[in-house]
Design a protein around this ligand. Structure first.
Ligand code: 5GP
Length: 188
């Protein structure tokens, strides 16, 4: 998506270890106009799917996910990174965090993710695909159907995208970064 790519080149900053910082329009200060356009484009790319629920993981996936849910007119379920004592019928999985270099549990209530659901997963970044695989595990535990996964930014030099596409999952990314070496952003 041209507008996102231009914004990444203008405002994105590279950090060591292959991390791209976009906290002045996605991850901290958020640009709702761009966010809405990105959501609209993701919805267009999944228009041949029957989706009745959007899923994401807190916190950074929530903003794009809720805008996608608004366009699709479906509810948005975010997986929680803490396991609340009040949650009933809990489904849990483990996710390894690329940016924090540690594993954590994520959970959703089986009251809100059921075998009737046809899920579109939305997240800000696709790196090694660990968050995405965690969501896939929750979807499978619930007996729901995964329709596809949409990301704002995919880091093509990490293996998540290739692994998930090889599994036959419909993956869409609005911008793919081929390289962050020497702190230079190279887009596909
Ligand atoms: P994965 O699970 O695919 O390895 O990593 C995806 C998750 O890690 C995303 O939810 C995102 O929050 C975070 N992440 C991975 N790489 C980056 C990055 O380069 N920049 C930022 N801001 N977040 C990232």
């Amino acid at each position: 998506m041209k507008e996102l790519k231009e914004r990444i080149l203008r405002d994105g900053k590279c950090f060591g270890g292959g991390i791209l910082k976009v906290d002045n329009f996605i991850n901290h200060l958020m640009d709702p106009i761009l966010m809405r356009k990105m959501a609209k484009e993701l919805v267009r790319r999944f228009s041949d799917h029957q989706i009745n629920k959007v899923m994401t993981i807190e916190a950074s996936g929530i903003a794009p996910a809720i805008m996608v849910g608004d366009y699709l007119n479906v509810p948005v379920l975010f997986a929680k990174k803490r396991t609340p004592s009040t949650m009933e019928n809990m489904l849990v999985t483990e996710v390894f965090s690329f940016t924090k270099n540690q594993s954590y549990s994520v959970c959703v209530s089986g009251d809100y993710l059921t075998s009737n659901d046809r899920i579109l997963f939305i997240d800000d970044f696709l790196a090694n695909g660990n968050a995405a695989k965690g969501i896939l595990d929750l979807v499978e535990q619930a007996g729901a159907t995964l329709e596809g996964m949409g990301f704002l930014i995919e880091k093509g030099f990490q293996s998540g995208g290739e692994q998930l596409r090889r599994m036959g999952i419909h993956i869409e990314s609005l911008a793919i970064i081929d390289n962050l070496d020497n702190c230079t952003i190279t887009l596909r």
